[in-house]
Design a protein around this ligand. Structure first.
Ligand SMILES: *Cc1c(COP(=O)(O)O)cnc(C)c1O
Length: 377
């Protein structure tokens, strides 16, 4: 059996190796490392894939979030509603810009931010909501967009884990995640569903004015060469990464299918077991399974299970053991917390199994049998 990994980038690379090598060789031959033609091409190909008017590539997903908040003109003290149950980057940039993170709870079944909790947290200082499509499944965007409209709030979607996912509104319209709010942010970190071979990120929007601002902020606040209208940053996707992403974007839907097949296998295997809960799939969104995350009842020792799996050479991870509102980084900052019962409960009860595009049936069987045998111990 092939060695089981959380993410198997080497086996995936084997299948696209000649294409990738040719693309990278071309760039080396032409030395167009920054803003080469592949960056522009990837930009338009991603716009077409996501069905959005503008994509602004940048250096990573964290920058994408920061640039978005800067382009929206958010000012120190402005309140930004965000889940506490997320990867740290989402909330960190809020703190970095000295905005005020307002941490609200998630739903226990989908792990995603609760629209009711958002509504409760709104004050006259609230400026934006940052929903995170956690583990690859869209948040309840219809409810969130309604709240945002009612209170004139910006919506920045953190789509780092869910590129390729979509959401179907009650009028039947289906929109890809990232293209629903004012701005969508994504990451091309290697292990993400669309990952490059280094760091990368992108911002998307359907708003022409905002697109100009986002581009300016990402490029030293520059309006034309050597004229800088505002303080920005330097955040670019380099040409080699863009070339890799062009190749992988063409395969993204197949990659998503492979992930969903692995998830189906896990679901079928664990669905009927006591004390373990498979990920809930909301029926108005396509889950793209960045992670396959299970919940365990109190009677199961989670750390014991993770250790047992490790002893069988099966990696399992806790995403995330410490929610944002309990991180030391926020201790000195001005923050606000709603009721975070689900967040606190989940951080003590979830674990994630290997999830990637290259899992074969032999590996999946081996993983499922190991989990089952621990539960029966
Ligand atoms: C990965 C990730 C990011 C940050 O992306 P980087 O490219 O690593 O900066 C932000 N938000 C979420 C939810 C992520 O999973």
């Amino acid at each position: 059996m092939k060695k089981i990994q959380m993410v198997d980038l080497i086996s995936q690379y084997e299948k696209i190796k000649p294409e990738v090598k040719t693309a990278i060789d071309d760039i080396l031959d032409n030395a167009q490392f920054i803003n080469g033609p592949d960056v522009k091409s990837f930009q338009s190909e991603l716009e077409a894939y996501l069905g959005v008017k503008h994509v602004i590539p940048c250096a990573n997903g964290t920058d994408a979030l920061q640039i978005s908040m800067m382009a929206l003109g958010l000012k120190p003290g402005d309140e930004v509603i965000t889940p506490s149950y997320t990867y740290i980057a989402t909330t960190e940039v809020i703190g970095l810009l000295r905005l005020k993170p307002v941490f609200v709870d998630c739903e226990k079944d989908t792990f995603n931010i609760s629209p009711e909790a958002i509504e409760k947290a709104i004050t006259p200082n609230t400026k934006a909501i940052v929903p995170v499509h956690l583990y690859g499944q869209s948040c309840d965007m219809e409810a969130i967009m309604e709240i945002a409209k009612k209170h004139s709030l910006y919506v920045i979607e953190d789509n780092a884990q869910a590129i390729g996912s979509d959401y179907t509104f009650s009028n039947g319209e289906t929109v890809k995640t990232g293209g629903i709010g004012d701005i969508g942010c994504t990451s091309f970190f290697p292990s993400k569903n669309l990952g490059c071979y280094g760091d990368g990120g992108a911002i998307c929007t359907n708003n022409d004015e905002l697109a100009v601002k986002l581009q300016m902020v990402a490029n030293h606040g520059q309006s034309k060469r050597y004229y800088h209208d505002m303080v920005g940053c330097n955040s670019r996707l380099d040409t080699i990464q863009a070339a890799v992403l062009r190749i992988k974007l063409r395969k993204l839907n197949d990659y998503i299918d492979s992930r969903r097949k692995a998830a189906d296998f896990y679901d079928a295997s664990f669905g009927k077991l006591a004390h373990i809960h498979t990920p809930h799939r909301a029926d108005n969104t396509k889950h793209v399974f960045h992670q396959y995350t299970l919940q365990l009842d109190d009677v199961i020792n989670r750390d014991g299970l993770v250790e047992y799996l490790a002893s069988k050479n099966i990696p399992a991870m806790i995403y995330y053991p410490v929610p944002a509102h309990r991180q030391k980084m926020f201790a000195e900052l001005d923050t606000e917390c709603g009721d975070l019962t689900n967040t606190d409960w989940l951080t003590s009860r979830v674990f994630s199994l290997p999830m990637h595009t290259e899992l074969d049936e032999e590996q999946l069987n081996y993983i499922c049998n190991a989990v089952k045998s621990y539960l029966e111990l």
